[in-house]
Design a protein around this ligand. Structure first.
Ligand code: PLP
Length: 318
């Protein structure tokens, strides 16, 4: 389904006007960066909650900095534009907001400096992007891009060729998803998601220096595990064969949301079914993103529409 409007060149325009020239630098060379932000519909509140919008735009501006992209917007302004976009599209369902900042110059020549920058923001309906009931994964033959090649820490458009190579290889080899290793052979992440293992009762995830995108969901999961389950996540180097030794493994990210893994390289994870810790965090996660947990709603969920007073809720859901 195509939405009515998008934001481009500093204004809201009909979606069909959202076109770029074939000469655009960002298109030709991948010199852009983006974010993926989810909004969740809450039927009871008749509300779309944008999950951790501020943190996404903070990371977005950090990615821009890596690419020497200068946008004339603050995080607060980007938040306001996104809310306005969803309202203009009158979206009342699960959505995915995708801001892309890119080198908009029409010139030939690979570089970052001295080029015009632009921003486009789209918002489209989106449900589950990947199976969330139990994934079969394979370790990829493609290695994760290194911080000194294309920094994975920034969400750089061109860098996603690395993810696409791994993802297609995994699917074409009969898996659901890829697990990528660093050049040194340590576990990095999925093609577009962070990875966690439960090893000897301890939650473990590859550390920030393992060429991962520092996921906002990764941080959310660590906080939920700590606050709700009393489990501290250890960030450290993870060996490939620890994937075979783990009792539970899951992927998490805005797109994949929370996806338990039931096998790696044809070896069952634990006893091959989704484990109790994964199930518990998954349930919590969906409650939190949908705004069903008031303490986290205030902290992480930004409502798009005017909030209906609690006393009127029953009227609305009738
Ligand atoms: C490569 C990669 N790793 C991890 C993630 C998870 O990041 P986040 O939780 O901020 O969406 C993403 C995006 O979803 C990604 O593209």
């Amino acid at each position: 389904m195509v939405t009515k409007e998008l934001f481009m060149n500093g204004e809201f325009v009909p979606t069909e006007q959202g076109v770029i020239s074939v000469h655009t630098h960002g298109f030709a060379y991948g010199t852009g960066c983006f974010e993926g932000i989810r909004g969740y519909w809450n039927e009871q509140d008749q509300q779309v909650y944008l999950f951790r919008l501020r943190e996404h735009y903070e990371r977005f501006l950090r990615s821009c900095k890596v690419l020497q992209i200068e946008l004339p917007y603050t995080v607060d302004q980007l938040i306001d534009i996104s809310i306005e976009l969803v309202r203009r599209n009158d979206q009342r369902g699960d959505i995915y907001i995708k801001p892309i900042a890119y080198k908009a110059d029409l010139s030939i020549g690979v570089r970052l400096h001295g080029l015009r920058d632009d921003l486009v923001i789209t918002s489209q309906p989106m449900g589950n992007y990947i199976d969330i009931t139990g994934l079969h994964c394979g370790v990829s033959s493609w290695r994760r891009i290194d911080d000194n090649a294309i920094p994975a820490r920034a969400k750089i458009c061109g860098g996603y060729v690395n993810s696409a190579l791994a993802k297609s290889e995994a699917i074409q080899n009969g898996f659901d998803e890829a697990i990528m290793l660093t050049n040194e052979g340590h576990v990095s992440e999925g093609s577009a998601a962070n990875i966690f293992l439960l090893l000897n009762g301890e939650l473990v995830t590859p550390s920030a220096t393992e060429n991962i995108l520092l996921g906002i969901t990764r941080e959310t999961v660590m906080e939920l595990a700590r606050r709700e389950l009393g489990r501290i996540t250890r960030e450290r180097q993870v060996d490939r064969t620890e994937l075979y030794a783990a009792d539970e493994i899951f992927l998490c990210g805005t797109g994949v949301q929370f996806a338990p893994i039931v096998s790696v390289d044809h070896r069952p994870v634990g006893n091959g079914i989704v484990g109790p810790i994964s199930s518990a965090i998954q349930e919590l996660y969906f409650d939190v993103v949908r705004g069903r947990r008031p303490e986290y709603r205030t902290q992480w969920c930004i409502p798009v529409y005017a909030e209906v007073p609690a006393s009127e809720h029953s009227e609305v859901v009738k």
